[in-house]
Each structure stands twice: as C-alpha cells, then as structure tokens.
Ligand binder design. Sequence first.
Ligand SMILES: NC(=O)c1ccc[n+]([C@@H]2O[C@H](COP(=O)([O-])OP(=O)(O)OC[C@H]3O[C@@H](n4cnc5c(N)ncnc54)[C@H](OP(=O)(O)O)[C@@H]3O)[C@@H](O)[C@H]2O)c1
Length: 175
Amino acid sequence: MGNIKSTTTILVNGATGGFGMFLLQFLKQKEAKVTAVTSTKGIEFAKKWGANKVIDYTKTNVLSQKTTYDIVIDLSGTMGYKNAKQLLNSKGLFLNPTPKPIEIPTSLFKNLFTAKKHIVILSSPSTKHTEVLIGSVKKGFQIEVNKVFPFTQFKEAYQYAEKGGIIGKVAVEIN
Ligand SMILES: NC(=O)c1ccc[n+]([C@@H]2O[C@H](COP(=O)([O-])OP(=O)(O)OC[C@H]3O[C@@H](n4cnc5c(N)ncnc54)[C@H](OP(=O)(O)O)[C@@H]3O)[C@@H](O)[C@H]2O)c1
C-alpha cells in the first residue's frame, strides 16, 4: 500500500466481499484510480466505498476490455496470473491472495524473467494490522455486515460465508 499514489491505476476483481470492502476504502484514501469488478448487487456498494468505475462481471467479461492497469488484485480466486497478465501495464503487478500452493515457489522463480510480476499474498491477522483497521473504522470507514451469528453457531457462520454471494462481512458475536 505504501507505493500506491493518486496516479496508480488498480483493478480489484471481486471487490465487494469482506476483503474488498476495506481495500476499496484504503485505496480511496490514497486517491488511486480504482476499477471494481463485482456482481450487479455490489455495484452501488463499490461506488460508495470509493471505486471510480465498476464492471458487472455477470454482464461484461473483464478480460474483453482494452484498458490495462498498474495493479490487478483478484479477490474472487477466478482470474489467475495468465489472465491477469493481459490486463497489466508493461511493469504491472498481479496481487494474488488465493494462490495455488505450487504458485508460491514458482511465482518467485518466474518473476526473475518477466516485468509483469505475480505477487502472492500470504498474511495472517496481527495486532498491528487489526489496530490499523480499527483506527480506520473509527475515522469513518464503513462496514457492511451481511449477517450476525452467535458464537455458538460459528460453524454455521463459516458455512454461510463460504457459500459466497455476500456483500461485506459475516460476523460472529463474542460476548
Ligand atoms: N492470502 C491471505 O492471506 C488471505 C487473507 C484474507 C483473505 N484471503 C482470500 O481472499 C479472497 C477474498 O476474501 P473475501 O473475504 O473478500 O471473499 P468473499 O467475501 O467471498 O468475496 C469474493 C468476491 O468475489 C466476487 N466474485 C465471485 N465470482 C467472481 C467472478 N467470477 N468475477 C469477479 N468477482 C467474483 C464476489 O462477488 P459476488 O458475491 O457478488 O458474486 C465477492 O465480491 C478469499 O478467497 C480469501 O480466502 C486471503
């Protein structure tokens, strides 16, 4: 995020789930030029959270457009590096938080021979990151909560979230 400027162009594929909701708002803070890809019901949310342009993936194949970007991030797990490459500028980055296990080592090797880099994102929650997120919410970040489950139903909450089609977050309440 440190390298993102107001001139940076970014395509966020899968922009209105739990990850995209915060990402769009962070990118808006940086004044980056963001194109969000979501389904029809996510269009207004993507605009509200800061997208400059929205593509409805149920109506338009994102790969059919001519525009290229500095960064493509795929939060849907459907794009893959091969497809993302077509959408990247000559020195663009593909950020991939849903890599296949083999891509973790192979992306490092292949990146030695291409200017269009495949960056695998592996993160686990940390206190520092959680504090940044809480601070951002206190300063006005919006949170869309699709459904709240009591703690005793945490398993059902995961099953519900895994079905997809959710705008924002599914929450588990801890008293
Ligand atoms: N590596 C890591 O450290 C890390 C950390 C956190 C999360 N993740 C991963 O990052 C991904 C995103 O997390 P999330 O919580 O935001 O997931 P999510 O809530 O399921 O969001 C996925 C998004 O993708 C959209 N989508 C589905 N099919 C699509 C398609 N064909 N084209 C474009 N968009 C499509 C969905 O839209 P509709 O529902 O409207 O169809 C939804 O907005 C997940 O796969 C998660 O496992 C990785």
